[in-house]
Design a protein around this ligand. Structure first.
Ligand code: V47
Length: 363
């Protein structure tokens, strides 16, 4: 039977997954380490089809990175700078508004993240959100990673809840998934010793969820971690999602090594596809698995739509973080091209808002 061939060597796990049962960590590592890429992909595709019925979501967004000055100098990051470096920058609020003004009027989301600046006051961030909201009331503000929220709490002496409440009052709509990196303590210590712990990242997302704020989650993979570390990361996210249900999308981030302190070739196409498919299979309580084409390249991002992915991010515009680390992709994609990629993968391009309300489906 065809199913026997495609799931060759992974029949027992395939049976369990397709029956809708949860995988344990040991089984997931076994699956991850198998070389049956098509079997893994087929499982993920079947689950994805059941959840999304062939829809692939995308949104029209613009990234705004207000500063690259950062007191945390993570070893994997080529974006963060000391204030004294020649290419350090910090945008005034006028410059932030100018950047926003360059976005086409069809943009529905600003994705705003930056470094941990030693001198900017918390009012800079609340004023930024208020000013953007005033000029663009219809645009959703997906802003600040848990790492930034933690930093604002230490800047102000406020509790995380209080920081979030002030940001919500100023216009915060949801939080992006950055800063999660890898939760496994030993590996996290090696790649970003100054960053908040994985548990702190999870606690801040839980607090945001309690306040009604949806968030995303990421995993930085392809550096010095093992497949067991990756599954451990997914396990911690799955447990939190069981409690809150407020994560929207999971986005694996493929490590780029140029200008970083970690010497490593980039991830491979097979590893990228396996990671996206594993995420769909393991994170059975996440609705959306997102491919970030900026990091994956257009080709792998498109193929991933048959490996469990139901969301393709996005029009983006002016991506800085991955390009500082050597990304060869362009920094933006036209909506029509996104639609073309999705449609020619046999899927239904579906334009969404940040909160996954459907704006336009194009069968
Ligand atoms: O927080 C930093 C990671 C993140 C590198 O939530 C790197 O919708 C690879 O979080 N190689 C920023 N990754 C991107 C991000 C994101 C992207 C798209 C959508 C969403 C979302 C979130 O990129 C950082 C960090 O985790 N990163 N340096 C690097 N050299």
């Amino acid at each position: 039977m065809e199913t026997d061939i495609i799931f060759s060597g992974m029949e027992k796990i395939a049976h369990k997954v397709l029956a809708g049962e949860r995988l344990g960590m040991a089984e997931a590592v076994e699956l991850y380490d198998s070389h049956n890429l098509l079997g893994l992909g087929r499982m993920a595709d079947i689950l994805n089809q059941r959840k999304s019925g062939g829809r692939v979501y995308f949104n029209q967004n613009r990234h705004i990175n207000h500063t690259n000055v950062c007191v945390n100098r993570c070893r994997f990051c080529a974006f963060g700078k000391d204030a004294s470096e020649h290419d350090a920058y910090t945008m005034s609020l006028e410059k932030v508004l100018e950047a926003a003004a360059k976005a086409p009027s069809t943009v529905t989301e600003f994705h705003i993240v930056g470094g941990l600046h030693p001198d900017l006051p918390f009012s800079y961030y609340t004023q930024m959100l208020s000013a953007l909201k005033k000029s663009y009331p219809h645009v959703h503000l997906k802003a600040f990673t848990a790492v930034e929220i933690d930093y604002f709490a230490s800047l102000t002496g406020l509790r995380v809840e209080e920081v979030l409440e002030e940001l919500i009052d100023a216009g915060l709509g949801s939080m992006p998934g950055g800063g999660a990196e890898i939760f496994a303590e030993e590996v996290r210590q090696r790649i970003c010793p100054e960053k908040i712990s994985g548990q702190r990242w999870l606690d801040i997302h839980e607090t945001a969820h309690r306040l009604g704020i949806h968030t995303n989650a990421t995993l930085l993979y392809g550096h010095v971690e093992s497949s067991a570390d990756r599954i451990d990361h997914l396990e911690r996210l799955r447990r939190l999602q069981d409690r809150t249900g407020m994560f929207q999308a999971f986005i694996p981030l493929a490590f780029h090594s140029e200008n970083t302190d970690i010497v490593k070739q980039g991830t491979t196409g097979v590893d990228d596809l396996k990671t996206l498919a594993m995420a769909r299979i393991y994170l059975d309580n996440f609705d959306h698995i997102k491919a970030y084409w900026i990091m994956l390249g257009e080709g792998i991002a498109q193929i991933s739509l048959s490996f469990g992915v139901n969301d393709l991010d996005g029009t983006v515009v002016e991506e800085k973080i991955t390009h500082a680390a050597g990304a060869k992709t362009s920094e933006a994609m036209e909506k029509d091209h996104l639609i073309h990629l999705i449609r020619s993968a046999g899927k239904i391009p579906t334009e969404r808002t940040t909160l996954y309300e459907i704006l336009e489906a194009q069968p």
